[in-house]
Design a protein around this ligand. Structure first.
Ligand code: NAD
Ligand code: UDP
Length: 313
C-alpha cells in the first residue's frame, strides 16, 4: 500500500483517479483549491478512512510524506483556463516546481498530466511524441499550452539534474461522467444543450477534428504509466485515435439523445487546432499493450446518462 498525492483530485479526471487508487488499497491525499473541481465529485469518498481531502493552492509549497504524486491541478477547459490566464500559467509552472521539489525531498515518483495542446495546431498528423509542435507563444491559448510545455521542461530537468523519477503523459480530449456541465468543453456543451433542447453551438464550420477518449481508458493508462520502469519517463500520448469532426459529434449527440435541438454556427476561437489525433504506438508498446477499449458511442451513452441525472432530465 502506498501513500499517493493527487493534485486536482476534486476535478473530473482527478476524482476518477482517486476512486481507482482507493479501490487498489492505497492511501490517497486529494489536494484541490476547488477552482473548477467540486466536493460533489469526491463526496462519496469522504467516508473512506484511506481518503484525505486537503484544500490547498498548488502555487504555494505543500509538505507531506508521499510515495507517489499525480499532478493534475490545472483548469483544462479553454473557458476556465482563459478566465485568469496569469493564474493558469502560475498553476502549471509554480505547481510543477512545488510538486517536483516535494518529489525530490520525499524520493516520490511523480506523474505529470500534460496535454495534446503541447502540439498546438499541428502540422504532423496523427501527432507522435517526437513532434515538437506548433504553438503560438503569445495567443489566448498560450497560458495553458506554454504552461504545460514549461512544466514538461521542469520535469525533464529535475529528472536529468536531480534524478527525480518522473512520468509524463500527454492526454488527448477526454470525456465522461463528472465533467462540469458549465465548463465549455465540446462534449459536455453538446450533451447539455441537447438535453435542454437548446441550440447546439458549433464553433467555425465544424470540420475541425478531435479524437475523444473515455475517462476509464485514461485512468488505466495513467496507472500503467506510473508502474513503468524508472528509466522510462515518457512523454507518452494517451488518447483514442478514432477521429471525428465537430459536425459528426453534434449529429451523434442529437441522434443519441433524441433531441429536437438545431445546430447553429458561431465564430471559431483564435488558435483553435484544426485537427487532432494521437499516435498511440508508444503507449501500446510501453504500457503493456494498452489501447482504448471504450468507443465513442458507448462512452457518450454513459456520459449522457450522467448528465440526465445531474440535470434532472
Ligand atoms: P478539471 O478542471 O475538472 O480538473 C482540474 C482540477 O484542478 C480541479 O479540481 C481544479 O479545482 C484543480 N485546480 C485548478 N487550479 C488549481 C490550483 N491552483 N491549486 C489546486 N488545485 C487546482 O479538469 P480535468 O479535465 O479533470 O483535467 C485534469 C488534468 O488533466 C489537468 O491538468 C488538465 O490539464 C489535464 N488534461 C485534461 C484533458 C481533458 O481532456 N480532460 C486533456 C489534456 C490534459
Ligand atoms: N467547440 C464547439 N462548440 C462548443 C465547444 C467547443 O464547436 O460548444 C469546438 C472547439 O472550437 C474545438 C472543439 O470543439 O474545435 C473542441 O473543443 P474543447 O474546448 O472541448 O477542447 P480543445 O479545443 O481544448 O480540444
Amino acid at each position: 500500500m502506498k501513500r499517493i498525492l493527487v493534485t486536482g483530485g476534486a476535478g473530473f479526471i482527478g476524482s476518477h483517479l482517486c476512486e481507482r487508487l482507493l479501490s487498489e488499497g492505497h492511501d490517497v491525499i486529494c489536494m484541490d483549491n476547488y477552482f473548477t473541481g467540486s466536493k460533489n465529485n469526491i463526496r462519496h469518498l469522504l467516508e473512506n478512512d484511506h481518503f484525505e481531502l486537503v484544500r490547498h493552492d498548488i502555487i504555494e509549497p505543500y509538505h507531506a510524506e508521499v510515495d507517489e504524486i499525480y499532478n493534475l491541478a490545472c483548469p483544462a477547459s479553454p473557458v476556465h483556463y482563459q478566465y485568469n490566464p496569469i493564474k493558469t500559467l502560475k498553476t502549471s509552472v509554480m505547481g510543477a516546481i512545488n510538486m517536483l521539489g516535494l518529489a525530490k525531498r520525499t524520493k516520490a515518483k511523480i506523474l505529470q498530466a500534460s496535454t495534446s495542446e503541447v502540439y498546438g495546431d499541428p502540422f504532423v498528423h496523427p501527432q507522435v511524441e517526437t513532434y515538437w509542435g506548433n504553438v503560438n507563444p503569445i495567443g489566448l491559448r498560450s497560458c495553458y499550452d506554454e504552461g504545460k510545455r514549461c512544466a514538461e521542461t521542469f520535469f525533464m530537468d529535475y529528472h536529468r539534474q536531480n534524478g527525480v523519477r518522473i512520468k509524463i503523459i500527454r492526454i488527448f480530449n477526454t470525456y465522461g461522467p463528472r465533467m462540469n456541465p458549465n465548463d465549455g468543453r465540446v462534449v459536455s456543451n453538446f450533451i447539455v444543450q441537447a438535453l435542454r433542447g437548446e441550440n447546439i453551438t458549433i464553433y467555425g464550420d465544424g470540420t475541425q477534428t478531435r479524437s475523444f477518449q473515455y475517462v476509464d481508458d485514461l485512468i488505466e493508462a495513467m496507472i500503467r504509466m506510473m508502474d513503468t520502469e524508472d528509466d522510462f519517463t515518457g512523454p507518452v500520448n494517451t488518447g483514442n485515435p478514432d477521429e471525428f469532426t465537430m459536425l459528426e459529434l453534434a449529429e451523434k449527440v442529437i441522434q443519441m439523445t433524441g433531441s429536437k435541438s438545431k445546430i447553429t454556427f458561431e465564430p471559431l476561437p483564435s488558435d483553435d487546432p484544426k485537427q487532432r489525433k494521437p499516435n498511440i504506438a508508444l503507449a501500446t508498446q510501453r504500457l503493456g499493450g494498452w489501447s482504448p477499449s471504450v468507443g465513442l458511442e458507448r462512452g457518450l451513452q454513459k456520459t449522457i446518462e450522467y448528465f440526465k441525472e445531474t440535470l434532472g432530465n
